[in-house]
Design a protein around this ligand. Structure first.
Ligand SMILES: Nc1nc2c(ncn2[C@@H]2O[C@H](COP(=O)(O)OP(=O)(O)OP(=O)(O)O)[C@@H](O)[C@H]2O)c(=O)[nH]1
Ligand SMILES: [Mg+2]
Length: 352
């Protein structure tokens, strides 16, 4: 399973610089708007210190981390929903990702061009929110036209969908966020899932700053209930290059691992492990997935032919020092098909 995060924001705010630092890919980074046109795509390993610990316990020959995909998308400007800038292309690319990392320029300076001429992170956050909302409003209203006909014909599914769409239309036209509604009403959300609304995607804010962030921005993000990270993207890019050792000696702490972990959480993913002499490997599943789904992540046959899973938490396994000890102490659990997987479970799937 591979899920993707779209890097979104105004033009020239550091999206490609971030992408390049994350993926070590050489992409166009330039001090002018719309340097990126076609999206850049790259896989990024999710750092997890449990992998090394398990691998060392079992003297594994290989370590295989799990990955998330990052997509560096063209910059968005005011009016994008009406096709301004690279409007439609930008919005189509966002539709395809599972979550959004919004890069917000906080760093000052006139040397790097800002499409709105001055530095105002709150305004920039509002521009993106407005553009995404207006595009969603258009999608919702278009869909309403066709679904209303079916609803009038008393089709049950259509009535349910129409009611959700009307609620979303109301929120979007007031400029109110729809994400809380969707989160609080997962059953309603099922009816509009096929529309892939942009504002329905979980969003993480990345404040690109060399130090301080105005307190008003922090309170605004807290009010929105949105996760955020503060990062000096330029410095992170330097950490990925030849200056790495020098910067580390100066005490610079890399922030990218934190961003990758937060992105992973944003996607509502958890990790489980398989381990042994051959390899220690991290696998990705959704929070709430059951033991057969974990089997399915490893091999499609393991889901259908699932019998049971032998499970132990990473902490417990490391604490007792191996499977022999775990068996002796009776801390290995046998779980059936209804077991809900927990982050950090180490498993062995028994299948037919
Ligand atoms: N001072 C400073 N400059 C930065 C930072 N991040 C990026 N830049 C510079 O800003 C310019 C734009 O960076 P890009 O990464 O190309 O920006 P982008 O958001 O991908 O831009 P578009 O693709 O045009 O939308 C480049 O000259 C970068 O070197 C930063 O954290 N601080
Ligand atoms: Mg770019």
């Amino acid at each position: 399973m591979s899920l993707s995060i779209g890097i979104v924001g105004l033009p020239n705010v550091g999206k490609s610089t971030l992408f390049s630092a994350l993926t070590k890919k050489d992409v166009e980074i330039a001090n002018y708007p719309f340097a990126t046109i076609d999206p850049n795509v790259g896989m990024v390993e999710v750092p997890d210190e449990r992998l090394e610990k398990l691998a060392s316990l079992f003297s594994s020959k290989k370590i295989i981390p799990t990955v998330v995909e990052f997509v560096d998308i063209a910059g968005l400007v005011k009016g994008a929903n009406k096709g301004e800038g690279l409007g439609n292309q930008f919005l189509a690319s966002i539709r395809e990702v599972d979550a959004i990392c919004q890069v917000v320029r906080v760093f000052e300076g006139t040397e790097i061009i800002h499409v709105e001429d001055n530095i105002d992170p709150m305004r920039d956050i509002d521009i993106i929110a407005t553009e995404l909302s207006l595009k969603d409003l258009e999608t919702v209203e278009k869909r309403l036209l066709s679904v209303e006909k079916e609803a009038r014909a008393q089709k049950k599914e259509a009535i349910l969908e129409r009611d959700v769409l009307l609620k979303l239309q109301e929120l979007l036209s007031q400029g109110a966020p729809i994400f809380p509604f969707i989160q609080e009403n997962p059953e309603s959300a099922m009816h509009i899932h096929h529309l892939q609304l942009l504002c329905a995607k979980p969003m993480l804010y990345l404040l690109n700053t060399i130090g301080d962030v105005p307190p008003a921005i922090i309170s605004k993000l807290k009010e929105l209930g949105a996760p955020f990270v503060m990062m000096n993207i330029k410095e992170e890019a330097e950490l990925a290059g030849p200056l790495k050792d020098e910067l580390l000696e100066l005490g610079v702490v890399p922030q990218l691992p934190e961003l990758i972990k937060k992105s992973y959480e944003l996607l509502n993913l958890i990790t489980f492990f398989t381990t042994g002499e051959d390899e220690t490997r991290a696998w990705t599943i959704h929070r709430g997935d059951k033991a057969p789904d974990a089997g399915g992540a490893i091999h499609s046959d393991f889901k259908e032919k699932f019998i049971r899973a032998q499970v132990i938490t990473t902490e417990k396994l490391l604490e007792v020092g191996g499977y022999t000890q775990a068996t002796a102490k009776g801390v290995l659990r046998m779980e059936g098909k209804d077991y809900v997987m927990q982050d950090g479970d180490v498993v062995e799937i028994k299948h037919g």
